[in-house]
Design a protein around this ligand. Structure first.
Ligand code: G3H
Ligand code: 13P
Ligand code: ZN
Ligand code: NA
Length: 280
């Protein structure tokens, strides 16, 4: 059933678990997430990145909303990584229940102004707002320690950012990265997350972790203990989809079924890992 992002995250906060936000690109992706959620009795977040929205357009959003409405478990629809004002303003009228304002490429003051502008508009439409402070590194980045640390979320700045923008959820940068982690493994700053957790409780915001593909069970559990309530997952699901295409099949219906099954298996595994399985 179509459920608000706020209710889904509030329940996660009360229950001490996290919910997966899975990037979807097409009908197969949507069905994979919803069928995994139903099989595992888990809430889930369907999220659409601007690049995916350019391809799928309004029908992709409508597909997510309709699948959520027909699901037997709580599902919401989220707009991921709104880096442009125009994209976000448009997204606010498409039926998303929550949006991510991504001003992480901007200076602190610019990010604050940008996020505040969208936050006011979104809240007038009862849309939940997630925003990022700090800057997520990419695997490809070759950074010095100083450069790396400069991109982490600063606790004092985060407090000011939350106060000025009235956001509902904060995407933290604690060493998490989009895509693959380096061969040396993820280097998550749990001392920093602990401080951000205290801040989030004080300010009443949810904590979000992007780049959840590639995190071990141990790291995920520690993140949840320290307040992460939404994990964004893209790469692992997308890889399962792409890999499944490597098995030659002549029947298109079988190709579609294989991609769905491959994605569903990864999504179901994440629901167990995040502790959302059985919480619908
Ligand atoms: O924020 C994530 C985008 O969906 C891109 O994710 O790192 O898997 O390419 P990616
Ligand atoms: P991964 O691709 O590392 O799973 O990150 C996904 C993400 O953060 C989408 O916003
Ligand atoms: Zn992300
Ligand atoms: Na990742």
């Amino acid at each position: 059933r179509l459920t608000s992002t706020k209710e889904i995250l509030n329940n996660a906060e009360k229950g001490g678990y996290a919910v997966g936000a899975f990037n979807v690109y097409n009908l197969e992706g949507v069905e994979a997430v919803v069928s995994a959620a139903e099989a595992e009795q888990s809430p889930a977040i369907l999220q659409i990145h601007p690049g995916a929205l350019k391809q799928g357009g309004i029908p992709l959003v409508a597909c997510c909303i309709s699948a959520a409405e027909q699901a037997s478990v709580p599902i919401t629809v989220h707009f991921d990584h709104g880096t442009s004002k125009q994209d976000l303003v448009e997204a606010l009228d498409l039926g998303f229940n929550s949006v991510m304002v991504d001003g992480s490429h901007l200076s602190f003051n610019e990010n604050t102004a940008y996020t505040k502008f969208i936050s006011l508009l979104a809240h007038s439409k009862e849309i939940l707002v997630e925003a990022e402070l700090g800057r997520l590194s990419g695997t490809e980045d070759d950074l010095t320690v100083e450069e790396y640390e400069a991109k982490l979320t600063d606790v004092k700045m985060a407090e000011k950012f939350i106060e000025e923008t009235s956001i509902d959820a904060l995407a933290v940068c604690i060493g998490n990265v989009h895509g693959k982690y380096p061969a040396t493994g993820p280097n998550l700053k749990f001392d920093l997350l602990k401080e951000l957790h205290a801040l989030s409780l004080k300010k009443g915001v949810f904590l979000v972790l992007h780049g959840a593909s590639g995190l071990s069970e141990e790291l995920v559990k520690e993140c949840i203990n320290l307040g992460i309530r939404k994990f964004n997952v893209n790469t692992e699901v997308r890889k399962a989809y792409m890999d499944s295409l490597n098995t030659p099949q002549n029947d298109l219906v079988h190709v579609i079924a294989s991609t769905k099954e491959a994605m569903k298996a990864v999504v179901a595994e994440k629901m167990h890992l995040f502790g959302s399985a059985g919480k619908a």
